[in-house]
Design a protein around this ligand. Structure first.
Ligand code: FE2
Length: 487
């Protein structure tokens, strides 16, 4: 086994302490472990060698946690690793509960997998919009967007690619956190103009609002009856066609089956149905090149939190896990560049792809970050950005969840090329700081007297049940208190 991993002549034994000891000949050009082991090796790893060991990118380049001492084993390197951590890889297991179910001859209870949205993704993808519109059969679309994109000229730019859009109705009053009142007013315009489909241009808010308008067209209101926690999933059937054109890289709503709307009663609830997945998504990173640095960072952290929460969700969906982990690594590797240089096309491409990947996978279930950011986004005395909230909450929720996630944190570290002893909450806290994101809820204007209401709503949020650790109202309040900057 060790020979396969480390090259010819390598030998693996288990020490009395239960640690694997790998002995391999020392020679220039000695192959490093086949993955990114230097960073993934655990803290207590000791590498002995007569000279700096000669393993390219191995002990000699690891910044900390590795002792190199000459002369202990002449002509050899000896690497001590905990069992199963030798390559930094985490075994691909189903987890004990799922494995037990299978042993008993039962199914795991996997959620449906649905990745069938047509996606046109690339620089210049917007040119395919006329073709997409033809396929949807929409003859009188209504564009749903926001004032910022109108002023920026982006809506006119998109309208110019298809003659169909020249006289089309445009609803541009989408609030930062879409409300039922805004949905109703968009629907009035939609009906008055005799529209038969929707094109949502923007971030998550216009896309979510357009989904809610589509519901009203085919199902009528009020929207509360379609909220997931009110049993609305079974009440939703097919809706009118919707084409999503994201102009940020974060929400994932362009391929997601949910819409978050603040209802008339003040609750911010999810409307969820496979019928709400847009008929097509046109993802053109060109549209994100001028996204300001702050919004690039905040929306990017939304994508990152989708990928992390999806992966940590205890439901079983290896397809989603694989996509989420790839999206996570892609976003973490690109977000700082995208923020620093918005015109970096590769970074923008990767961020938009990570957002798409997050959206494709979160049908596996999100967790406590979103369970908290949804009710925080419904606070009336201050308008809070969803991605910014997720950025602040991410390190705190990671602290809470660690004991319930088995080997998944190790897998995340491996995926990100981090040392095995990296404290993930600190890693993301530092990433937020480098991105100039706020670090506390208090900075955003959240007040102490908001916390209990938010904690009570978090327990009821549709994402709470797929957090790896079930949190009580008191637990959520403790997370919030820490995130306020008081914990
Ligand atoms: Fe989100």
């Amino acid at each position: 086994m060790a020979g396969d991993r480390l090259g010819p002549g390598a030998r693996e034994t288990v020490t009395p302490a239960g640690r694997a000891r790998i002995t391999a000949p020392h020679r220039p050009g000695f192959p490093s472990l086949p993955d990114r082991s230097p960073a993934a090796l655990p803290k207590r790893t000791v590498v002995f060698g007569r000279r700096p060991c000669g393993v390219p990118g191995f002990a000699c380049t690891r910044p900390s946690g590795v002792a190199v001492s000459g002369g202990k084993v002449q002509g050899s390197v000896v690497v001590s690793l905990p069992p199963d951590a030798g390559t930094g890889r985490v075994p691909m297991t189903l987890g004990r509960p799922a494995a037990e179910k299978i042993k008993r001859g039962k199914g795991i209870g996997m959620p449906s997998i649905n990745y069938l949205t047509r996606v046109e993704f690339d620089f210049g993808a917007i040119e395919k919009l006329p073709e997409i519109m033809d396929l949807t059969g929409i003859e009188r679309p209504m564009i749903v967007t926001d004032q910022g994109l109108i002023h920026h000229g982006l809506v006119d730019r998109i309208k110019s690619v298809a003659p169909l859009f020249q006289e089309t109705e445009v609803f541009a009053d989408t609030p930062a956190n879409p409300t039922e009142a805004a949905v109703n007013s968009a629907f009035d315009r939609y009906r008055a103009a005799g529209c038969d489909g929707l094109v949502a241009i923007g971030g998550g808010s216009p896309i979510d609002l357009a989904k809610a308008v589509a519901i009203l067209d085919t199902h009528g209101g009020p929207l509360a009856q379609f909220a997931a926690i009110e049993g609305g999933i079974d009440r939703l059937g097919p809706v009118v066609p919707l084409v999503a054109v994201p102009t940020t890289a974060g929400t994932g709503s362009e391929v997601g089956r949910g819409a978050l709307i603040t209802l008339a009663d003040g609750r911010k609830l999810a409307l969820i149905s496979p019928h709400l997945i847009p008929h097509a998504a046109v993802c053109d990173p060109e549209l994100t090149l001028d996204l300001p640095p702050g919004l690039t960072a905040a929306t990017g952290l939304d994508a990152i939190s989708h990928c992390i929460e999806t992966y940590l969700s205890p439901l079983v969906n290896p397809v989603a896990d694989a996509i989420a982990l790839d999206g996570l690594a892609r976003a973490v590797a690109s977000i700082e560049t995208a923020r620093k240089d918005g015109q970096d096309r590769a970074a923008r491409w990767n961020m938009m792809m990570a957002a798409l990947q997050g959206g494709l996978t979160f049908q596996k279930g999100l967790g406590a970050i979103h369970a908290l950011s949804h009710p925080l986004g419904a606070i009336r005395h201050v308008s809070l950005h969803h991605g910014t909230l997720n950025a602040i909450l991410l390190p705190h929720v990671l602290e809470w969840n660690e004991t319930a996630c088995g080997p998944k944190y190790a897998k995340i570290r491996w995926q990100l090329g981090l040392a095995a002893d990296t404290h993930l909450p600190s890693f993301f806290r530092e990433l937020n700081a480098r991105l100039n994101l706020p670090s506390t809820l208090a900075e955003l204007g959240v007040r102490g007297d908001d916390l209990t209401r938010v904690a009570e709503a978090a327990v009821l949020d549709h994402t709470a049940s797929t957090n790896p650790r079930q949190l009580s109202v008191d637990d959520y309040r403790a997370v919030l208190t820490a995130a306020m900057g008081n914990g």
